[in-house]
Design a binder for this molecule. Sequence first.
Ligand SMILES: [Zn+2]
Length: 473
Amino acid sequence: MDKKEIISALVDRYNSDIILANDTVWEYAEPGMKEYKTAEFYRQFFEERDFNVEMGVGEVPTAFIASWGEGTPIVGFLGEYDALPTLSQEASCAVKKPVEEGGYGQGCGHNSLGAAAAGAALAYRDYLKENGLKGTVRFYGCPGEEYGSGKVFMARNGLFDDLDICLTWHPGKINRVSTTSSLACISAFYEFRGVSAHAAGNPHLGRSALDAVELMNVGVNYLREHIIPEARVHYAYVNAGGIAPNVVHDYAKVHYFVRAPKIKQAQEIFDRVMDIAEGAAKMTGTTVKRIFHEALCDYNPNRTLEKVMQQAFEEIGAPKFDQADFALAEAFRKTYTQADIADTKKTLEDYGMDPDLISEDDVLHTGVLPYVPLNKAMPGSTDVGDVSYCAPTAQINVVTEALGTPGHSWQVTAQSRSSIANKGNNTAAKVMALTAVMAVSDPELLKKAKEELIKSTGGKYECPIPADVKPTL
Ligand SMILES: [Zn+2]
């Protein structure tokens, strides 16, 4: 048997475990940084399978590392598990039907993400064990991807620094190696304080915090023309000061996100936003306090490792769906708009690919897209970025849902516990485990991947979250 056949058999050995993890975490659907039942499930899961588990790493109670073996090479697999608010939905059900009205649901498929990564870690461990090879395998239990930046705190504590390689994936609509970057992001609250007064009787004695927030937002909207076009700045009123127009509001709070292709660019814009906030305070005779919330780096691709992952993906091939899977995907497709379905073409163009690689008539993507390295950041941010500054990192997307499925939707929740997801998870685990086997059997390649990392980062990771900012639990 060649490596591909061995790895396929090892992952298949754990297929029922992958389904168990997928379905259990789907059921728990816990909020980011509060995944207590999930973390406890994984602790038992890995201990029963002979791993050592360290809970509460990186200052977060629901973060953990499950490890096996000793010495080098050290291979890490990243697993996520947090859910999203308001996306509760019955499994495999193509009609909107929440399990719990307004409840949390796995609307980004992170239950699958963790389950398949766990399967890859188990299969890779068995490969080492059965071939008498030395090395360490780690599964990183990463909380709060959607909210909380769990991996950033883990990275700040140096938990990824000694990895030779780090592998992960994201469930989705297409099969490909991710070659694009993601946007760095910094988020903070701005709290303004003034003096309240009767708005008609003695407004001259009042100093309005609401005015300050409004002027800050106006200032930032003027800033937009003078920052790089790839940057994104969003805000939301957290507290507009009150509901009475006849009161001068002495308190108001606004929440900002600043995103840019590189963390340094985001930091520069973030500083300019603070200047504007201070200007607004000065104009209104109020004071402002910035409360740092969270931050994460852009994703730093490792081409050396990506190429191995592409080769592994092509060897394993796309998930093989049956008639029942296509019928289920077809049922979901009926809930999408034409614009949702046409969006796949745009995605392929964004990835520098021929948009006709996938037909609009397809309900499930059944091929593996070609390798197209791109120096481009896709909109959106992920804390995998910070890991990619610490260790050579590569990731894939694997089909777990119908083409046209909108991100963060009830349809994702429904399909994240389905026969489609089970097949996608199985493939994702195989590709990750095979990539690990191929990479560690080539010490030159590991060296090259490390050199590429050092060249792209200057050999150091600077955590974008200041040392005194603790995780939001
Ligand atoms: Zn996600």
